[in-house]
Design a protein around this ligand. Structure first.
Ligand code: E4P
Length: 223
């Protein structure tokens, strides 16, 4: 499974990229607003740090204007994935951009039917929002299961399932068990994936016992 980070905070992205575990980045208008920066500058900076796909979202809703905005965003860097709303105009633009060889991420997906349309429109990624579905009492992870099953039925569909609106590590694990291609995860959740109290306890015990030996590995010569 690929890990994308869902943020426009460049300091967070640099720190997480250093882990070697980061495969891409997703942004949205809310995250860009939160960064307090101009979209072109911040996305360009992210694309310098991360080689994988970096999603930058259009703010237009009609086909012609979506394409004009996509033209600006795609020119930022070759690894920009233009993020498009799951609407008739958004999907029409998706088909046009896909035919031009532009990476696309169709966002705000809340049903399997919508995901099927996104794949037929040639989306590189579709972003089902699991957390927002859970918030309204629906089963976000069941949507991932349905989309993965549908796409597997039709190998000609090449769209990757990018699990979005992730709220906790269990979302990531469940999505991986279902075979989703990508999870886009807030920095706090990505860091939480490392955590287990028994790891902390076990490490503390090993270090305490090691200190009793008085040994220093770096003082030794390998045999
Ligand atoms: C990612 O592409 C989405 O924009 C993001 O995951 C939405 O998450 P939220 O529901 O926490 O805003």
């Amino acid at each position: 499974m690929k890990f994308f980070v869902d943020t426009a905070d460049i300091a967070e992205i640099k720190a997480l990229a250093a882990s070697g575990l980061l495969d891409g980045v997703t942004t949205n208008p809310t995250l860009i607003a939160k960064s307090g920066r101009r979209i072109l500058e911040v996305v360009a900076e992210i694309c310098d740090v991360v080689q994988g796909p970096v999603s930058a979202e259009v703010a237009a809703t009609d086909y012609a204007q979506i394409l004009r905005e996509a033209e600006v965003l795609r020119r930022i860097a070759p690894n920009v994935a233009v993020k498009l709303p799951l609407t008739p105009d958004g999907l029409r633009a998706c088909r046009t951009l896909t035919d031009q060889g532009v990476m696309t991420n169709v966002t705000l997906c809340f049903s399997a039917a919508q995901a099927l349309l996104a794949a037929k429109a040639g989306a590189t990624f579709v972003s089902p929002f699991v957390g927002r579905l859970d918030d309204v009492g629906q089963d976000g992870m069941q949507l991932i299961a349905d989309i993965v099953q549908i796409y597997r039925n039709y190998p000609a569909l090449k769209t990757e399932v990018l699990v979005a609106s992730v709220r906790h590590p269990i979302h990531v694990v469940e999505a991986a068990k279902l075979g989703a291609h990508v999870a886009t995860v807030p920095p706090t959740v990505l860091r939480a994936l490392y955590n287990h109290p028994l790891t902390d306890k076990g490490l503390a015990g090993f270090l305490a016992d090691w200190a009793k030996t008085g040994q220093q590995i770096t003082d030794m010569v390998a045999v």
